[in-house]
Write a protein that binds this ligand. Structure first.
Ligand code: ADP
Ligand code: UVW
Ligand code: MG
Length: 401
């Protein structure tokens, strides 16, 4: 059995999954959060139990850093199973958000690779430093197996210069590596392949738009399995309205805020990354809260939703034009998979593009891939649950075997 441990590190948390790659199943999953805060929390789930017994555990313990967090994860395996000795991972796969111009392939992590990932931190300040912390801690906990980095940017290597170039001074851009890179690639790749598999059609034949709507959100136009346009840019800040990130805005807004409101660079960074998006508009980043508020008549929440879906429609129209034809639109990630209202409002009234949502199908829920368009819709609209961890595990194994 080829078992891979997958780690997705955030600044104060990490998620993990132990995956049996041959059978494409998770053996265990969990989350270590609030690292470095007063009380941390560990959630662990044994996915192998079929006896109906208890399979999920949670406990609160102080967790000083990622290394301590890995200790807690291993303790959870020892206490609750499945056994790491019996299901020894042959490799550890790490999600790394920014691979810059250097990393496109799943890459075995050496000291030099780690330095390069760290060096890209200014381009993904919320993500890359956390990945390095997670890698250090995981290498200490699993010193005898290879560790592999799988990059969010990798899938977007196929963008054309026309798509990835910003219209600024060429020399300055080249010197500072300024171009559009694109993110969430592991998810966009997985979902577009799953859509083709579900429809029983060759990936090479399909023109798709994948909407990854999670905390971070991005949309990608995929032609025959290749990313040809994507909404995130140099950093994961451009594009759609997100939980706490602004997405697109006129760059002059920053100049104006600097000159008129006296905001520093760091203040602007915090504003755009942490205090914008749904948080900035309505004081909450969680889509469930926002929808509950909108449904109970809160106009601030309702207006924020309007901005959110307006931006999605904008990209769907633009990407249909880039592709020149459109077979599939796939919704994925926390919001995309679970929010009929966002799906209906994003794609409602788009007969002009051959898109017709079936209201009944759109309300269905579950972890299965499903169709939510009508039978006479020219474009098939799908909900496809993403599985970044499985995709990372597959790519990790490919890098070490
Ligand atoms: N059942 C649900 N209904 C509506 N929204 C949901 C549901 N589950 C998750 N979400 C939303 O998904 C978002 C988080 O998406 P997720 O893909 O888990 O994010 P990430 O992996 O980027 O942290 C949150 O806005 C959350 O409210
Ligand atoms: C790249 C990115 O935005 O990732 P996440 O959605 O996990 O924040
Ligand atoms: Mg995510």
């Amino acid at each position: 059995m080829s078992t891979v441990l997958v780690v997705n590190s955030g600044s104060s948390s990490f998620k993990y999954q132990l995956i049996d790659v041959e059978n494409r199943t998770a053996l265990a999953s969990g989350l270590v959060e609030r690292i470095g805060e007063g009380t941390g929390r560990v959630k662990h789930r044994d996915e192998t139990r079929s006896d109906g017994g208890e399979s999920t555990w949670e406990r609160d313990v102080p967790i000083t850093d990622h290394t301590a967090g890995f200790g807690e994860m291993i303790a959870s395996f020892e206490e609750h199973g499945p056994s790491l000795a019996e299901n020894r991972p042959v490799a550890v796969g790490h999600r790394v958000v920014h691979g810059g111009r250097r990393f496109f392939e799943p890459t075995v992590i050496t000291d030099l690779v780690k330095i390069n990932i760290e060096d890209l931190s200014d381009l993904a300040p919320l993500h890359n430093p956390a990945a390095v912390q997670g890698i250090d801690a995981a290498q200490a906990a699993f010193p005898d197996v290879p560790h592999v980095a799988v990059f969010d940017t990798a899938f977007h290597r196929t963008l054309s210069p026309a798509a990835y170039t910003y219209a600024i001074d060429r020399d300055l851009a080249a010197k500072h590596r300024i171009r559009r890179y694109g993110f969430h690639g592991t998810s966009h790749k997985y979902v577009s392949e799953e859509a083709a598999r579900f429809l029983g059609r060759p990936l090479a034949d399909l023109a798709q738009i994948v909407l990854h709507l999670g905390n971070g959100a991005s949309v990608t136009a995929i032609d025959g399995g290749r990313s040809v346009e994507t909404s995130m840019g140099l950093t994961p800040l451009e594009g759609l309205v997100m939980g706490s990130r602004s997405g697109d805005l006129d760059p002059a807004v920053l100049l104006h805020l600097s000159r008129r409101a006296g905001l520093s660079i760091d203040e602007l960074d915090t504003l755009l990354n942490k205090r914008s998006g749904l948080t900035g508009l309505a004081g909450a980043s969680d889509m469930r809260d926002l929808i509950a508020r909108a449904e109970s008549g809160d106009t601030v929440a309702r207006d924020a939703l309007d901005v959110y879906v307006h931006r999605i429609r904008h990209y769907v129209g633009a990407y249909a034009a880039h592709l020149g034809r459109l077979d599939v639109i796939a919704f994925t990630a926390g919001v995309g998979e679970n929010t009929p209202l966002v799906r209906a409002e994003s794609l409602g009234g788009l007969d002009i593009l051959g898109i017709r949502i079936d209201p009944e199908r759109n309300t269905s829920s579950g972890r299965e891939t499903r169709v939510i368009s009508t039978d006479d819709s020219a474009v098939t609209v799908l909900v496809v649950p993403t599985d970044e961890e499985l995709e990372i595990a597959i790519q990790t194994l490919s890098a070490v075997s």
